[in-house]
Design a protein around this ligand. Structure first.
Ligand SMILES: [Zn+2]
Length: 316
């Protein structure tokens, strides 16, 4: 099929593993293992995102359909539970870290909102932020997920100062005491564990510093975050990825000209969270707007996303 549809690749974006307490939906290491077994037996090749980009930019083709794994954010449970499964299969994963989180400066604003929504003892919450009313239903898990999304979506539209105030107001309305350091379920990866994983074959990259979406930041703030993240990764990690990963990364989360700031910071390419398979030729044409599939929650979907069927479907 590669002959017919060209040399497409499937790039996966992975977030957290399934937590023990079922507080949110995560990826079960066993499902990941089953998918990797299937991919290997079916003749897929694994490539790191840096390898894929290098091939694309050089105009090289790949002999076989290729799968690439990226993980976002840099929590310790990702390093402990998901990275080992990927490394065991030589799947060449890359983990994009929120540098301020790993540096223990602060935990990300969206993680705080997630924590507050899931640990609130209330069932209904109403509050205002700058005239905007919020009505949060917390009566069951699906409602909590919906409420969390509502807050995150709004938070993405705010400047840094407003965002801090908004998070504070929301957390107060939810009647939650926010710990200064991330609680256990949000423990960031340590630089030591990242370095140890790097020696085993994990590549580590920049997901900027604060996890604030670029669309809400000034160009100067973005360039400062990019430079600071590069500096810290250069100090802590042997061989950081030359590919950047946008915070959040949907179409609304960064503006076209901001991709140029990423390039100016020394990156050859950048990962979005926009779904789709890509051909190497597309990566070559738009290296700063690479699409990824969110890793699915079922084996069948993995098979479909990884196949040329999905490529054709997403092209129509
Ligand atoms: Zn992220």
């Amino acid at each position: 099929m590669n002959f017919l549809v060209g040399h497409y690749v499937t790039i996966y974006m992975i977030h957290r593993p399934q937590p023990d307490n079922g507080a949110y939906e995560g990826l079960a290491p066993r499902l990941l293992n089953d998918c990797l077994n299937y991919a290997r037996k079916s003749g897929f090749e694994f490539a790191s995102i840096d390898e894929l980009v290098a091939d694309a930019l050089a105009g090289n083709n790949r002999e076989r359909p290729t799968i690439c794994f990226t993980l976002d954010d840099g929590y310790q449970d990702q390093v402990d539970q998901l990275v080992p499964v990927l490394l065991q299969h030589d799947a060449k994963p890359t983990l994009y870290t929120i540098v301020d989180m790993v540096d223990r400066h602060d935990w990300p604003w969206d993680a705080k909102l997630n924590y507050a929504v899931w640990s609130s003892a209330l069932s209904q919450v109403e509050f205002h932020y700058q005239q905007k009313p919020f009505k949060l239903d917390l009566t069951h898990p699906v409602a909590r997920t919906h409420s969390r999304r509502q807050l995150t979506r709004f938070g993405k539209t705010l400047s840094s100062d407003d965002l801090m105030q908004f998070v504070q107001n929301a957390v107060a309305a939810l009647a939650v005491e926010l710990p200064t350091n991330a609680p256990l379920t949000y423990t960031p990866a340590s630089w030591d564990s990242l370095r140890a994983a790097e020696l085993q074959g994990l590549r580590i990259g920049s997901h900027a510093c604060s996890h604030q979406v670029f669309a809400a930041l000034s160009d100067a703030q973005i360039s400062a975050e990019l430079a600071r993240a590069n500096h810290r990764l250069g100090q802590e990690i042997n061989n950081p990825s030359q590919v950047f990963c946008y915070p959040s990364g949907t179409a609304q989360d960064y503006l076209p000209h901001q991709a140029e700031l990423v390039k100016a910071a020394g990156f050859v390419a950048a990962l979005t969270a926009m779904p789709g398979n890509m051909r190497l030729q597309h990566i070559k044409e738009k290296p700063l707007h690479i699409k990824r599939h969110s890793f699915p929650n079922s084996f069948d979907k993995f098979v479909r996303y990884s196949s040329w069927l999905e490529y054709i479907r997403s092209s129509i």
